[in-house]
Design a binder for this molecule. Structure first.
Ligand SMILES: Nc1ncnc2c1ncn2[C@@H]1O[C@H](COP(=O)(O)OP(=O)(O)O)[C@@H](O)[C@H]1O
Ligand SMILES: Cc1ncc(COP(=O)(O)O)c(N)n1
Length: 274
């Protein structure tokens, strides 16, 4: 970016991960690595590390909406993403805010179940997420387990991924990417994009690492960053997948459990190392 040009602004509406690997922390790192100014509306605070989540404290719904409004009124939002919204009251407040005064582009990561198996949303909030939030999405990004819940089917194969993507698209998002990070074998890391015409299989290489914490958050944040930079939704998603694959190759073996993906890779051979 040349001097004098200002970066676009992306907003994440998500929870805090005290371990720094997922949630708001992953989103802001991802925005920064795309040269996009990141703003955030915090929804909840998780006590979390590479081993799991031990406590979650929600913010008041009005506090979440006030943060969105503060950013929207002053900074101007080119694109936003939602992550962990936790409960019905927060989802309702966010949906009401986003439907009254829509943002130019919205990525909905329907965070419900982490790949460590932790439930990240109240049981009674799933229907609200499906019926009211998903239809507002420019791109929705469920993982395997979330897609199984939303589509009401098991996902074991590429054919299942495609059927699930089509079913979830019927729920109202403009496009859906069903993520395959939770699939076994060769399908690990194969995603399926569907926007009403031909499904597109998004495939990079499978990265053989246990340190995958934050992949989903970072993918949706990278899509939002690329949308903020003016890319079309499919191109934004393809570039985001490349970003996450590189970050997986540089993932951090820190902590005793699943370490986070490494966002620093664009800097490693650059000015930091001379
Ligand atoms: N081991 C892996 N190798 C390559 N890509 C992966 C791997 N694990 C996850 N991904 C990719 O990371 C992105 C996030 O997907 P996933 O990990 O399934 O989401 P979530 O973190 O929400 O469970 C997807 O593009 C997925 O294909
Ligand atoms: C606060 C918060 N938000 C989201 C996730 C999901 O993380 P992942 O990107 O690994 O699916 C998480 N573990 N914690």
């Amino acid at each position: 970016m040349s001097q004098g040009m200002q970066p676009p602004i992306a907003l994440t509406i998500a929870g805090s991960d005290s371990g720094g690997g997922a949630g708001i922390q992953a989103d802001l790192k991802t925005f920064a690595m795309h040269c996009v100014h990141g703003a955030c509306a915090l929804t909840c605070v998780t006590a979390q590390n590479t081993l799991g989540v031990t406590r979650v404290d929600p913010l008041a719904p009005a506090a979440v909406v006030a943060q969105i409004n503060a950013v929207a009124i002053d900074l101007g939002i080119a694109a936003a993403k939602t992550g962990m919204l936790l409960n019905r009251d927060i989802i309702s407040a966010v949906v009401d805010r986003l439907s009254t005064d829509p943002l130019p582009a919205l990525v909905v990561d329907p965070v419900m179940v982490s790949r460590t198996g932790a439930q990240l949303i109240d049981d009674d909030a799933v229907a609200l997420m499906r019926d009211r939030l998903l239809p507002l999405a420019t791109v929705a990004t469920p993982n395997r387990y979330e897609a199984q819940l939303l589509a009401g089917q098991a996902i074991e194969s590429l054919a299942d991924l495609i059927v699930a993507a089509k079913t979830i698209w019927q729920l109202g998002p403009q496009a859906v990417v069903v993520k395959g990070g939770g699939l076994p074998g060769d399908l690990r890391g194969v995603d399926v994009w569907f926007a009403g015409d031909e499904p597109v299989v998004l495939r990079t290489e499978t990265v053989d690492t246990p340190h995958t914490h934050g992949t989903g958050c970072s993918l949706s944040a990278a899509i939002a960053a690329n949308l903020a930079l003016g890319q079309a939704p499919l191109a934004a998603t393809q570039a985001a997948k490349t970003y996450v694959t590189q970050a997986l190759h540089h993932s951090l073996a820190i902590g005793q459990g699943q370490g986070p993906i490494g966002h620093f890779f664009p800097l490693l051979n650059g000015w930091l190392n001379g």
